[in-house]
Design a protein around this ligand. Sequence first.
Ligand code: ADP
Ligand code: MG
Length: 269
Amino acid sequence: MQHMPTSLENEVQETPLSLKAEAKDFSFYYGDFKAIKSVSLPIYEKKVTALIGPSGCGKSTLLRSFNRMHDLYPNTRYQGNIDFYPDATNLLDPKVDPIEVRMRVGMVFQKPNPFPKSIFENVAYGLRLRKDKSKSYIEGRVEQALKDAALWDEVKDRLHNQATALSGGQQQRLCIARCLATDPELLLFDEPTSALDPIATASIEDLIHQLKEKVSILIVTHNMYQATRVSDFTAYMFMGELVEFGETTQIFNTPQRAETEAYITGRFG
Ligand code: ADP
Ligand code: MG
């Protein structure tokens, strides 16, 4: 990395960067179509990494690989590694259970997708899958997850109401709470605010800031202002390739590649 702004330099001296995950020479195929081409990308612990690039460049495909989402669809193929730390497990290893991966790596989608259940049951869902049975344990975890998702105060008096009655922004925070309940180490966000109004968007961005005290975050966004507001690192993708990766301030202030500069200055894409 060529340039380090002073604030981050100080921060780095106090807490050295450590890897949470790392794509290594990673490729992905839909049938014969190679959608991701030999991408190597570090994901640093308790930092926010943004994936940016024009529509169709492979942002969602790469993101979904980090929790083996593609396993749910036929005729797809992973190649290379997605290593996960501290245990240095390759998440793509067929011996690794994708259900366990999805407990450690949570995912929040573009459109909030609460289950047609109560607020409480939405958050308890993963705990029940894990057969964490004790009632008081589940209640405690649900409360903590809702607090961590900045939703508790708004819903504590109506935990048994239908989740679908919440506003869009509340539903998205509920989906975040549902992920948090199982204590994930990495959270994946795929354009989490593109269906939300500006106020709900700001509250999700604030929440992402708070969450990185506990978890590592990888976020796809088509909004470059959002990338500069929420992320520490940015990866610019084009046609399935990783063009440039660096600190967000470096990518936006002094991109090293002409293609990156063309995209972030809006001359392209
Ligand atoms: P982005 O999120 O950057 O818009 P995607 O990851 O959705 O891009 O798509 C990357 C490429 O993979 C595109 O060419 C897209 O058409 C293709 N693609 C995405 N999903 C599928 C699928 N289920 N089957 C076949 N091709 C797909
Ligand atoms: Mg996408």
